[in-house]
Design a protein around this ligand. Structure first.
Ligand code: FAD
Length: 482
């Protein structure tokens, strides 16, 4: 892996240099690993959310070049156990998180979690809308809070300007800085490491977070209530799974490029829904595959580059946020997207509802209330991935003695076909563990040779939607005649 990580990821801010790991140290201080976050005993369960780094009261924990926590100087660790208790990797207690977020323990065992209202929305600021992954809704909501003085900054992410193949967390305090945070970086980013700065500088912050990062935050507040007071709100992102940070260097290599050749990397660059592309040193955008990001980009990569911990995550809709934002992937009868540059917003808590309403009243967002429309109730593919495949995988691996997170949710009932599907997906994920194999597959899938596959996929989708439209028309006609 060394050739893919020529240097350290994030300006050395939260990072230890040179690469070092507590277990490889020769210092005489011996730590009780059971008092530390899960990465110190089993990296495969680490969500790499940065929670332990951000929470550690003595600043003993840093990140290595694969974004796992390390303790370079064990004498700084007091074995207080805070990092272990707040760690979102080894255990996710839904009832407990429900109580911490909603004030009761009524955990809804479904993919979308607690919903008060659902909107399809977009930012009224064209720049924010067009630079967003969807409708620029997350950034518009954050900007609304910042511009009205309700927060001092926003905890967000960007591609590291010096190492643009890596994502990094940062605090945006201006409109321009928020602009640089826009777009989805489908890569593991230790967002919660930024709490170090939050605690140091004081002030109030809004926070855009993936599900694992939000879990880390909810757990961390029990350890550090002052941190809880500093976070105004969580705007959550739906998440089908992040990708290993080594995806980008490997993808560049399939096109004969090196990390030194690029000045930026965009997971969804250009026109909506966007395309994975490298921005070369001279400013030229270089697409890295032949379809849009969804048909032949992200959907291929999650089969091969999803970290093991993400494959056992059951929360695809950021259930423990104030508001969750997803793409609005609704299609018409031709299989074409209805809502370009728009997002679906789920308001979960009272605070989330008031943030959404205020943003609409203040003219920051334009939104349509679709709470009662069943078409917007869920994302079917995601529900299958996270609501069915992931819990089946967790149960199966647990039986085989493979380490999995502890959940307080029952395993869903599944048909033989559904169980087979889960095994097939898991087999793909296993192939992704072998570097030469995944590299060859990805080189083929993102090359010209795979263009017929893209056509086939799009053709099948069109047929599926046309069939659905016919069935709906028939059903409508039947109700009319009866
Ligand atoms: C790893 C990942 C997986 C996703 N999976 C799905 C999915 O399966 N289905 C779906 O509907 N939507 C998914 N999304 C969310 C979707 O891509 C959009 O981010 C969302 O619709 C918001 O769009 P927007 O235009 O409102 O946000 P924008 O205005 O573009 O703002 C994006 C915000 O997301 C934050 N962000 C970007 N990448 C990360 C990251 N890696 N970690 C933490 N914060 C980040 C940015 O800091 C910024 O604040 C995923 C996003 C990510 C990052």
């Amino acid at each position: 892996m060394a050739d893919f990580f020529p240097s350290l990821p994030l300006n050395g801010k939260y990072f230890h240099t040179p690469f070092n790991h507590y277990n490889t140290m020769t210092e005489p201080v011996k730590l009780d690993l059971s008092k530390l976050s899960i990465a110190f005993t089993d990296r495969s369960l680490c969500a790499r959310s940065g929670t332990c780094v951000g929470l550690c009261p003595t600043g003993a924990i840093e990140l290595d070049d694969e974004l796992y926590p390390v303790i370079p100087d064990p004498s700084k660790c007091t074995e207080c156990g805070m990092c272990a208790r707040a760690c979102p990797g080894g255990e996710v207690d839904y009832e407990d998180l429900t109580e911490k977020t909603f004030g009761h323990r009524n955990d809804l065992d479904n993919f979308d979690g607690h919903i008060q209202e659902t909107y399809v929305a977009h930012s009224t600021d064209e720049q924010l809308r067009l630079s967003g992954a969807g409708g620029g809704v997350i950034t518009a909501l954050l900007w609304d809070l910042l511009k009205h003085g309700e927060v001092d900054g926003c905890i967000v992410t960007r591609m590291n300007p010096e190492k643009p193949w890596m994502g990094e967390p940062f605090i945006a305090r201006t409109y321009e800085e928020l602009l640089t945070s826009q777009g989805s970086k489908y890569s593991t980013i230790p967002l919660n490491a930024v709490w170090q700065e939050v605690r140091e500088k004081g002030g109030k912050y809004a926070y855009a977070a993936l599900p694992c990062q939000a879990h880390g935050f909810r757990k961390a507040v029990a350890e550090d209530p002052e941190l809880g007071k500093q976070i105004h709100s969580i705007v959550g992102l739906f998440c089908g799974g992040a990708l290993e940070p080594y995806l980008v260097p490997e993808l560049l290599k399939t096109k004969g490029l090196h990390t030194d050749d690029i000045k930026d990397f965009q997971f969804r660059g250009g026109e909506w829904p966007g395309q994975i592309r490298a921005i070369l040193k001279d400013g030229t955008p270089r697409p890295l595959h032949y379809s849009n990001y969804k048909d032949g980009g992200y959907n291929y990569f999650i089969g091969l580059y999803m970290p093991k911990r993400c494959t056992t995550c059951l929360d695809g809709s950021c259930e423990f946020s104030d508001l969750s934002v997803s793409d609005a992937w609704t299609r018409d009868t031709q299989g074409k997207y209805i809502f370009k540059n728009r997002s679906r917003v789920i308001a979960r808590t009272d605070l989330g509802v008031s943030m959404l309403h205020r943003a609409i009243e203040r003219g920051t967002l334009v939104g349509e209330d679709v709470t009662k429309d069943p078409n917007y109730r869920t994302q079917k593919m995601q529900t299958q991935r996270k609501g069915l495949n992931a819990p089946l995988r967790v149960a199966r691996w647990k039986e085989k003695g493979i380490a999995v997170p502890i959940y307080d949710r029952p395993t869903p009932q599944a048909s033989a076909k559904e169980k087979r599907t889960e095994r097939m997906v898991s087999a793909c994920l296993a192939m992704g563990q072998t570097k030469w194999l995944r590299y060859r597959i990805i080189k083929f899938l993102t090359g010209r040779g795979a263009i017929p596959l893209i056509w086939l996929r799009q053709g099948l989708k069109k047929r599926k939607y046309a069939k659905r439209a016919k069935a709906a028309a028939r059903a409508k006609a039947a109700t009319k005649t009866s």
